[in-house]
Design a protein around this ligand. Structure first.
Ligand SMILES: Nc1ncnc2c1ncn2[C@@H]1O[C@H](COP(=O)(O)OP(=O)(O)O)[C@@H](O)[C@H]1O
Ligand SMILES: [Mg+2]
Length: 187
């Protein structure tokens, strides 16, 4: 199975996706690293990506997932997948894919982006991302979760809703790999 964590920039895809993967003992891949260099240059310059910019990137994300599944391995992948057409492309021929959308309002997203450092995304592009975002339709089977909760709570909710068990040795399983007592103050 591949769990695809979607949402606009600042919604927590990298944070929640990475945490979720850690708890599951699965690999985490950030779709940001699969962007063609030209897209990253545009985003750094504050220029919104067009559909034409995004198709090659989405195909790249799909190919990464296909290779992973062909190797018999699960993963958590972060990818904004803002529009229905993007999600349709990613889903086509991939029955093992489960989608999660992290959803928040503009004020909360803006404050999270303002507090985030060392990232190529220009916070002013948030408005264009929110304009591009098409909320999932009922037939899409996307798990939509609010972003106000702490990352650990959201990751736990995803595991519960998708019926995913923590990896043996995961802190969320109460049996850390190093044998030390669990501390119970997960983020
Ligand atoms: N649920 C959350 N609660 C509080 N802060 C969060 C939460 N999710 C993410 N953050 C913080 O918000 C910022 C954006 O999160 P990030 O994972 O980079 O979003 P994305 O990958 O979707 O662009 C980061 O500084 C991150 O630490
Ligand atoms: Mg990210």
């Amino acid at each position: 199975m591949i769990v695809l964590v979607t949402g606009v920039s600042g919604s927590g895809k990298t944070t929640v996706g990475g945490l979720l993967a850690g708890r599951l003992g699965w690999a985490f891949e950030d779709g940001d690293v699969l962007h063609p260099a030209a897209n990253i240059t545009k985003m750094r310059a504050g220029i919104p990506l067009t559909d034409a910019d995004r198709w090659p990137w989405l195909r790249q994300v799909g190919e990464w997932m296909d290779a992973r599944v062909a190797a018999g391995l699960p993963a958590v992948v972060a990818c904004s997948a803002l529009k229905r057409s993007y999600r349709d492309l990613l889903r086509a021929g991939r029955p093992w894919l489960r989608l999660v959308l992290l959803r928040g309002d503009g004020d909360l997203l803006t404050s999270r982006l303002a507090a985030r450092h060392g990232h190529f995304f220009d916070p002013h592009l948030l408005a264009s991302q929110l304009a591009d975002l098409e909320l999932p339709q009922p037939d899409e089977d996307v798990l939509v979760l609010p972003i106000a909760d702490p990352p650990g709570v959201i990751a736990g909710e995803i595991m519960g809703q998708l019926n995913l068990a923590p990896a043996p040795g995961s802190p969320a399983n109460g049996t850390p790999a190093n044998g030390a007592p669990a501390h119970g103050d997960l983020p």
